[in-house]
Design a protein around this ligand. Structure first.
Ligand code: NAP
Length: 282
């Protein structure tokens, strides 16, 4: 049985992806923010899809200390239950903010959660992914299309613009996936990004101001149910051979921004290594 980890698994698309993967008989490990949300999600999944293996771990992935703690727990769990093999790592966790706020490491929160958390967790779990020619999937967004990396001030410390910080974090997802695929060309791992389109969740209502919350309520009403974009994650996991392409929507390969190139990918990769105080090997 193949094991897949999903972050941001207690609601929205992460929860829908867990459900779909369990129905397809994968062993699923969900990562959530709080103990209560994880317990609720686990109970719902076990009731709806009995006889499948699902486990949850929780913590604040915005904090690097917490990513390391969860990675320790996951490593132990993977070694015990999955023969040290990880087939899939789905970086889906994400947040929206209305104002400049930082993590305990001093990093802007959208950048820290939407990009650095996945970067660091991948580094910690890479050896298990390599053991099974694993796939890394990242939840990006079409909003990456009109962005450039703000190299001179990547955390938008001077003149914070929450929407630009969000869009940039979604461009970072593509650059990270691109960099992984050039670094590991033997396909011992392969990374993909997904544009889920607009779907109905409360992401814009969590820790945001009244205006962002109001606008998001109007916008999300036009979105689809998360079960629809969840199909693309399952599609990418189900393919026997690694599919080609980097960016998918509705189970189809899509074009992406020209900003997603080797130079930007390598620059972001090196900077992210510094921010996380790590070095990826070859
Ligand atoms: N909704 C859309 O239309 C849309 C469109 C494009 C891309 N996306 C992307 O889709 C992804 C999932 O978002 P969603 O819309 O499904 O939102 P969501 O329902 O709010 O899901 C976010 C998940 O992340 C968890 N989370 C938030 N902060 C966390 C933290 N600090 N540490 C650990 N876990 C944390 C949440 O748990 P708690 O609720 O317990 O905090 C929840 O499980 C995000 O990457 C988002 O950027 C969404």
């Amino acid at each position: 049985m193949k094991t897949i980890i999903v972050t941001g698994a207690t609601s929205g698309i992460g929860f829908a992806v867990c459900k779909s993967l369990l129905q397809a008989q994968y062993r699923v490990i969900g990562i959530g923010h709080t103990f209560d949300h994880c317990e609720k999600a686990k109970t719902l999944l076990r009731t709806e899809i009995p006889d499948q293996e699902v486990e949850f771990f929780y913590g604040d992935l915005m904090q690097q200390r917490e990513v390391h703690r969860i990675a320790d727990q996951l490593s132990e769990h993977i070694e015990k239950t999955s023969d040290s093999c990880l087939f899939g790592l789905i970086h889906n966790v994400g947040c929206v903010r209305s104002w400049y706020s930082t993590t305990e490491d001093g990093y802007e929160q959208q950048f820290a959660l939407n990009h650095l958390a996945g970067f660091l967790l991948t580094h910690r779990l890479l050896k298990y992914l390599k053991n099974e020619s694993g796939r890394i999937l990242l939840t990006s967004s079409q909003s990456h299309q009109w962005m450039k990396i703000h190299w001179s001030d990547i955390m938008f410390q001077k003149g914070y613009h929450p929407l630009l910080a969000y869009k940039q974090s979604k461009l970072c997802n593509l650059l990270f996936a691109y960099a992984l695929n050039t670094r590991y060309p033997s396909r011992e791992i392969q990374a993909f990004c997904i544009d889920p389109g607009l779907f109905r969740t409360d992401i814009g209502n969590k820790k945001t101001g009244k205006l962002v919350s109001f606008v998001w309520n109007l916008r999300k009403a036009g979105g689809v149910l998360p079960e629809i974009p969840a199909e693309t994650y399952r599609f990418l996991c189900d393919q026997k051979k690694n599919p080609d392409g980097l960016y998918y929507k509705n189970c189809r390969k899509m074009p992406f921004s020209r900003q997603v190139n080797r130079q930007n990918a390598e620059q972001l990769f090196a900077l992210s290594e510094q921010f996380c105080n790590i070095q990826f090997g070859v």
